[in-house]
Design a protein around this ligand. Structure first.
Ligand code: AMP
Length: 105
């Protein structure tokens, strides 16, 4: 079954999208835990960080470059944090990897 983020990528459910390229989207979190709470999501559906393959190295690096660009665009590059939740079926709610970008600036 497709993840909720795959459904967003495929336009099956709406989202507040702020970035898209051929392999990554970034959306505003629907339930923000900070003033800025962005999710950077690969279009490839990888369930958890523990499922990463060697071939995903560039994709993962590109996710961090997208985070850096968004932080600069939002003028929060001097104070933000990035995190992956990786505790299956507890901390990680959506089984499709996503990088959280959070800032109170
Ligand atoms: P995690 O606990 O790391 O899996 O985080 C999942 C995040 O996805 C949470 O912060 C949710 O608020 C967010 N989320 C869930 N559904 C949506 C959605 N439809 N649009 C935007 N964010 C969502």
């Amino acid at each position: 079954m497709a993840s909720i983020f795959t459904k967003i990528i495929n336009w099956e459910i709406p989202s507040d999208k702020i970035y898209e390229d051929s392999e990554i989207i970034a959306i505003k979190d629907i339930n923000p835990k900070a003033k800025h709470h962005i999710l950077i999501i690969p279009k490839k559906e990888i369930p958890t960080i523990n499922d990463l393959q060697e071939e995903d190295k560039n994709l993962l690096a590109n996710m961090f470059f997208v985070a850096k660009k968004i932080a600069k665009d939002l003028n929060i590059e001097e104070w933000y944090k990035l995190l992956f939740n990786v505790w299956e079926k507890w901390w990680q709610e959506v089984m499709h990897i996503h990088l959280h970008l959070l800032s109170e600036l």
